[in-house]
Design a protein around this ligand. Structure first.
Ligand code: 6GU
Length: 248
């Protein structure tokens, strides 16, 4: 797939682009990534991308012309993208739909994902009506959409074929609707705190059962909202009942 990121601050992506998982995805030819400088689409010596809002008020608003010309450029850079392939353009804004693992999985199936980073007090509303989606990464306000675009790209890229060496993203937090179970490595005792005995037992079925229980325990404690409306296996329901008793 190709990811195009439109930004006024392309330097912010310099170290992001060096990340090992991203670089592996490029080497495996799962990923092409392009940072597009919106300033290149603002004519004149000022190259101003923003202007004051109609109706008055504080701050500046990103103008339609440079942002939408940059978007059309991104949509036109088609090498490597199958004709008629599926593409999504998304404006990064705290007012958008909240990004989650399910959206990451669906973006990872696209041929082309275009992310537009907003700045200042936001963008001219006519930009939002010309993109497919508006995406937020959570209920807090960032200075700009760049960190949000990195978060979204990172979550998508690690799902691409060959990006992660052992390829197993199916057992991690959220993929099965639960938080991940606790993990341990050497030493078996650290400052008096021991690794749970069962993990040293080599007994695969007991380990599987322990991990499921601890996943459920962690989810119940930290993110009970994830359990609402989640389909349970009989085994999960039994364990949850036991955990509920333990808590009394
Ligand atoms: Cl996508 N942009 C900005 N500026 N702030 C955010 C955000 C995006 N998501 C959460 N906060």
């Amino acid at each position: 797939m190709k990811i195009s990121i439109l930004t006024m601050f392309p330097q912010l992506f310099d170290s992001f682009l060096q990340g090992p998982v991203l670089q592996r995805a490029i080497r495996k030819e799962s990923l092409q990534i392009e940072i597009i400088d919106i300033k290149d689409f603002a004519p004149g010596s000022y190259r101003h991308i923003d202007d004051s809002p109609f109706g008055g008020g504080a701050g500046m608003v990103m103008r339609c012309q440079p942002v939408l010309d940059a978007l059309r450029y991104a949509q036109g850079t088609g090498e490597g993208i199958p004709q008629g392939g599926n593409a999504v353009s998304a404006a990064m804004t705290p007012a958008g739909r909240k990004f989650d693992q399910k959206t990451a999985r669906s973006y990872a199936q696209l041929d082309h994902l275009i992310l537009i980073c907003g700045h200042y007090e936001g963008m001219d509303e006519r930009i939002y009506s010309r993109v497919d989606e508006q995406i937020s990464i959570g209920d807090y306000v960032l200075t700009g959409g760049e960190i949000a675009a990195m978060a979204v790209s990172d979550a998508v890229i690690r799902l691409l074929p060959g990006a992660i060496r052992d390829g197993s993203t199916s057992e991690e937090s959220f993929e099965n609707g639960l938080l991940e179970y606790p993990q341990y490595t050497q030493p078996a005792v650290y400052e008096g705190e021991s690794v749970p005995e069962v993990l040293l037992s080599g007994h695969h079925e007991k380990i599987r059962k322990w991990r499921l229980r601890e996943s459920l325990r962690k989810t119940l404690l930290m993110r009970p909202d994830l359990l609402d409306g989640r389909e349970m296996t009989e085994e999960e329901a039994e364990i949850l009942e036991e955990l509920a008793k333990e808590r009394k």
